[in-house]
Design a protein around this ligand. Structure first.
Ligand code: NAD
Length: 375
């Protein structure tokens, strides 16, 4: 199948490389010209285990190429995936300006019938909005499908190539069949491809991320209660997780969830819910508890070392929001390091992948170490 992918970040690159690997002809686009130059020379612009190798194999077989021009990905394509960012606005709702801009450009570039697939995490109703924009910019027939992405940074290839499930939200049977065909090579292990309405698919992504975030905030709240009562929360976690109805996943207390998805998606879902007239106290509490984990960490450092940290040297291991990624977006460590510097501490850091991204934020205000014990 001839496929276009618009947006070559964490999701777009993995999508492009995996579909190319399964034999499709893929053109991936990004508006960032420097990124496209890097990618075109076979260098992966993010750290994701195995991705560069996979990219290079398909590039060598001429099944994968990169461009800055949306028309290169749309002309003669059967399917185009939108994988641009949907960052939070100040009020917590999702900023759809990139999705809308790309939808317009895709519409203008269409040369024939097309299935446009929203892979970005977008609020309920965005599929309809994309369809409206396409309609205003093309006379060719099209369908808009929602296909939310559930990959985890750090194990993204495995998640994409062997997904727990694939969700396809399509109100048109032919468009759904096309997507099912495309995903068949990845579900040979009998994992389900779930075809549903477009709005249910859009909602499934937010509901999944909100639920996982809820587990994290829940165990963090239990941890604070345990701490005040002198109980080791790890024993409690094991006592809970052994219940088959509960399980151990996402029940690890810590400094809170981060990354480019959970924080923004919990807030965006609450915003969607409020706009629809629903009460979203639980989602709001999940978010507030998560914010509290970060400030609590800073409070603990000050309780131990004093409010004025000048003259203190503090080492931080791990800056990315989780292991095996270089992604520092919404990483709790960024807040904690920032607060320590403000209080006068000398901070030295180590992270196997994220030092360059941390340098973009802190410049020369912290020391970057190449080995953990050097920090
Ligand atoms: P990202 O910021 O890494 O990548 C987005 C890319 O889109 C960037 O390279 C940017 O330059 C490009 N872009 C923006 N506007 C463009 C335009 N007009 N034309 C062409 N390119 C454009 O973001 P990401 O982490 O890949 O996330 C993308 C979407 O997928 C978001 O909605 C996110 O919530 C969702 N998602 C992310 C993950 C994850 O783990 N990162 C997982 C599942 C879903």
């Amino acid at each position: 199948m001839r496929i276009g992918v618009i947006g070559s970040g964490y999701v777009g690159l993995v999508t492009a490389a995996c579909f190319a690997d399964s034999g499709n002809d893929v053109t991936a686009v990004d508006k960032d010209a420097a990124k496209v130059v890097e990618l075109s020379s076979g260098r992966c612009t993010i750290y994701e285990p195995g991705l560069e190798e996979l990219m290079r194999m398909s590039m060598a077989a001429e099944r994968l190429r990169f461009s800055t021009r949306i028309a290169d990905a749309v002309a003669d394509a059967e399917v185009v995936f939108l994988a641009v960012g949907t960052p939070p606005r100040a009020d917590g709702s999702a900023d759809l300006s990139a999705v809308e801009a790309v939808a317009e450009a895709v519409g203008k570039a269409m040369t024939g019938p097309l299935v446009v697939v929203n892979k970005s995490t977008v609020p309920v109703g965005t599929g309809a909005r994309v369809a409206e924009i396409l309609r205003a910019n093309t006379n060719h027939p099209f369908q808009v499908v929602s296909n939310p992405e559930f990959l985890k940074e750090g194990s993204a290839l495995d998640d994409f190539l062997r997904p727990d499930r694939v969700v396809i939200g399509a109100d048109d049977a032919d468009a759904a069949d096309l997507l099912v065909e495309l995903y068949k090579p990845f579900v040979r292990n009998n994992r389900p491809i779930l075809v549903m309405s477009r709005i249910a698919a859009e909602m499934s992504k937010y509901a999944s991320n909100a639920y996982l975030s809820t587990r994290i905030s829940f165990i963090n709240e239990i941890a604070e209660i345990c701490e005040r009562l002198g109980i080791d929360v790890n024993e409690v976690r094991r006592g809970m997780g052994a219940d088959a109805r509960i399980g151990h996943h996402f029940l690890y207390p810590g400094v809170g969830y981060g990354g480019s998805c959970f924080p923004k998606d919990v807030q965006a879902l609450a915003s969607t819910g409020r706009s629809a007239g629903a009460s979203c106290e639980l989602l709001e509490s999940v978010h507030n508890r998560n914010e509290r984990q970060r400030t609590r960490m800073i409070e603990r450092i000050r309780e131990r070392l004093g409010a004025d940290l000048s003259g203190k040297h503090i080492a931080v291991w791990g800056i990315a929001f989780k292991p095996k990624t270089d992604d520092v977006r919404e990483a709790p460590a960024i807040n904690v390091i920032g607060a320590m510097i403000e209080s006068g501490a000398a901070v030295s850091t180590y992270d196997p992948e994220a030092l360059e991204n941390a340098r973009q934020i802190f410049g020369e205000r912290v020391t970057y170490c190449q080995r953990a014990y050097e920090a």
